[in-house]
Design a protein around this ligand. Structure first.
Ligand code: CO
Length: 288
């Protein structure tokens, strides 16, 4: 196997989402708008939340892509205009194909708001091909126990959130071929096959990845070049935890405006007027 080489390293920027939830954003930033087919990567926490803190993301719309939430710690409650209601607990994955339109809220659960604790997780946006942008929405809630996991040596552990690794297949429907892995490496290295021409990135969220001059610290996003058919992840001295994210590019125009990502400006105007007319999402988001 030939290894893909890191061509760029981007830092995360601190920003806020929703009603003041502090997050670190890997992209979109001034340095990179998107990495086809990925549109956004946010890292929230790890942050100690005092009891009584209610910061979250109140009801907001999406159209034209997929939102993916992966929780490591804490508890979020999801409600949407399709009538779905779910709890996201540590290790759980939520893969929502927003398609034609969903209005949803993501707030700390009542229990978490009362008790406080550590909030930690990620949100990734995955684009949809033009033919799927107006498909009926689909909500996929994957409890931690259903996320395939492989730990053949104490050196590493891999959770397959989407795509395939070492014969294990993620259970979500993704509409575009993608690979989304949560890799824990305590020492040594791990080789992950990734098709040539797929866009590939590794986000370091704990410890250090790589050695010597190639060492990458927590909060860095490494972008790999197309050439090569694998990624070699090498643990830094203190080990690391990394999200490895790769996907087949759609190679279609990306026109984005906040929570809407379409192919043309006209489709964005339609999304905004549909939202204003209450036509985006079938019902209202329940509260309480
Ligand atoms: Co959302």
């Amino acid at each position: 196997m030939s290894h893909k080489q890191i061509t760029r390293v981007l830092p995360t920027i601190q920003t806020t989402e929703g009603d003041g939830l502090v997050i670190r954003r890997a992209f979109p930033t001034k340095s990179m708008d998107h990495l086809d087919p990925f549109l956004l990567l946010d890292h929230f926490g790890p942050r100690t939340v005092p009891p009584g803190d209610t910061h979250g993301v109140p009801p907001h719309p999406h159209r034209g892509f997929q939102t993916v939430t992966y929780m490591l710690s804490g508890e979020f409650e999801h409600r949407d205009s399709e009538g779905n209601h779910g709890l996201l607990s540590p290790g759980d994955l939520q893969w929502m194909i927003a398609g034609d339109g969903v209005v949803h809220s993501e707030m700390p659960s009542e229990k978490f708001q009362k008790q406080g604790g550590t909030l930690h997780g990620f949100q990734l946006w995955v684009n949809l091909p033009a033919t799927d942008k107006r498909m009926p929405p689909k909500y996929q809630d994957i409890p931690s126990a259903k996320v395939p996991e492989v730990s053949p040596s104490p050196n590493y552990n891999v959770r397959v959130l989407a795509g395939e690794f070492s014969g294990l297949k993620g259970v979500v429907e993704t509409r575009v071929p993608v690979l989304y892995l949560h890799v824990k490496l305590s020492s040594g290295s791990l080789e992950v096959p990734v098709p040539t021409s797929w866009n590939t990135m590794a986000y370091v969220f704990q410890g250090t990845l790589g050695q010597g001059k190639d060492e990458l610290h927590e909060g860095s996003l490494a972008i790999y070049g197309e050439e090569g058919n694998s990624v070699k992840l090498e643990a830094g001295d203190s080990g690391c935890e990394v999200l490895l994210i790769a996907g087949e590019p759609l190679k279609e125009p990306v026109v984005r405006y906040g929570p809407f990502v379409m192919n043309t400006e006209e489709e964005i105007y339609t999304a905004i007027s549909d939202f204003r007319a209450g036509k985006l999402g079938r019902g209202s988001v329940g509260v309480g």
